[in-house]
Design a protein around this ligand. Structure first.
Ligand SMILES: [Zn+2]
Length: 420
């Protein structure tokens, strides 16, 4: 469906006296918007500007101005929009617009065409996380009516699937709003459970350059594979040294350091002039990242120095593959309670095995939880889907949220420590 199609549904909607009719109409609108969103093949490697155009135009039809936060080369952008009074503390709703690739996956139907089978809507990004995005957008007219005292901030990023590389600029803008949000809900798929914590992660690729030569004359060469191996051993020792500091909310309960690949060398009688190494650290929330990074830098610097002593043209280039902090919102915090009430849940909050942009918002001082429709177990696979019932339940969450927008929020209710 085109924007015009969605607009037809919006303008065709009369004021319904029966709430069930309104909910049915809103679900139909959610589905129509989701069909539009799925049709944009926003794999992280591609531009997301077409979907940004679409969302911007949709919001403009509702009289809402969105602000773009572009990336360095202008090929992608985040969107930030506020519905309601800007001078009041509000609720941020966070989603990413990018999806993981479909190449090599065996789909039963076109991943870029929303397809319904037995109450399930199939398509790339339905669970992760255009379903949440569609639910949010479908409730914009309701938010507009309801947000007399508390605003809703729409925060839509890019490059999340590359390791949260797009969100930092957006989060900085959100934190710099005249009145920052009192709370942020990241709508990653948790089956609408309230998730309060996950580890952080950073991952890097090292490109190691040495000097090639004959193995008989190795004293005139600089072995890039040996340098990679030295770094691998150093990272292993570092990782094991971190296991004394534990947090039982996580499995494993410590910060881990892991080398995932080391490639280099072509033949036994040649000194390898090139190697690549990829490693990651999965960090407990609260880890001193500066200190950890300094220890890693020391390991790399020592290997680099040994290479340089052999060959002045040698070097080690470092590329960031992903980078986001952990999340550790207290279990009994106001943020957890507020969102649990919105979700209609009295279950204990959960911790996540996967990372999200939530840690970035939390680090910026905004109490944050993760709560959205769908199942991460269906994400990143062929035949990703979300249930119409799940979209309806997320819609109910939005209706409850709208019900809170007519009174002011007190940020102290959400910040640590928990309120009674
Ligand atoms: Zn996601």
């Amino acid at each position: 469906m085109t924007i015009q199609g969605v607009a037809d549904i919006l303008t065709a909607e009369p004021d319904q006296p029966a709430q069930t009719t309104t909910q049915t109409t809103t679900l139909a609108r959610t589905r129509a918007i989701l069909a539009d969103l799925i049709a944009f093949p926003t794999e992280s490697a591609r531009s997301n500007l077409a979907i940004v155009d679409y969302i911007e135009a949709y919001l403009a039809r509702e009289g809402i101005t969105a602000r773009r936060i572009p990336n360095a080369d202008g090929s992608k952008a985040s969107l930030l929009a506020t519905i309601g009074p800007e001078g009041q503390p509000g609720v941020a709703l966070s989603a990413h617009t990018d999806v993981v690739p479909v190449a090599g996956q065996d789909w039963s139907s076109d991943p870029w065409t929303l397809t319904e089978r037995e109450g399930r809507l199939y398509g790339r990004g339905t669970s992760d996380m255009k379903g949440f995005l569609a639910v949010v957008l479908a409730h914009v007219p309701l938010f507009k009516q309801a947000a007399t005292h508390t605003p809703v901030h729409l925060c839509f990023s890019y490059d999340e699937e590359l390791g949260c590389l797009g969100a930092p600029d957006l989060v900085a803008e959100v934190a710099a709003l005249p009145v920052p949000p009192a709370l942020c809900i990241v709508g990653e798929p948790t089956a609408l459970k309230v998730a309060r914590a996950h580890k952080g992660k950073f991952a890097r690729r090292l490109t190691i350059t040495g000097r090639g030569g004959h193995s008989a004359l190795l004293h005139r060469a600089a072995n890039a594979v040996e340098a990679g191996a030295e770094i691998t051993v150093g990272l292993g020792v570092l990782g094991r040294s971190l296991r004394g500091e534990t947090n039982e909310a996580f499995d494993p309960p410590w910060t881990s350091v892991h080398v995932g690949s080391l490639h280099g060398g072509t033949a036994l009688n040649l000194v390898p002039d090139h190697a690549t190494l990829e490693f990651e650290a999965r960090t407990l929330p609260g880890t001193d990242l500066d200190s950890l990074n300094a220890r890693i830098a020391l390991i790399i610097d020592e290997a680099r120095a040994r290479l340089l002593a052999q060959a002045p043209e040698a070097g080690i280039a470092i590329a960031t593959l992903s980078d986001y902090p952990g999340l550790d919102t207290p279990e009994d915090s106001g943020a957890v309670r507020f969102v649990a009430a919105l979700a209609g849940s009295n279950a204990a909050p959960v911790t996540l095995a996967f990372g999200t942009e939530a840690g970035l918002y939390a680090r910026a001082g905004i109490p944050t939880v993760v709560c959205g429709p769908g199942d991460i177990g269906r994400a990143h696979k062929a035949d990703e889907w979300i249930g119409l019932d799940e979209l309806a339940q997320a819609g109910a969450l939005m209706v409850r949220l709208a019900g809170r927008l007519g009174t002011p929020l007190a940020p102290s209710d959400f910040a640590r420590p928990a309120f009674a």
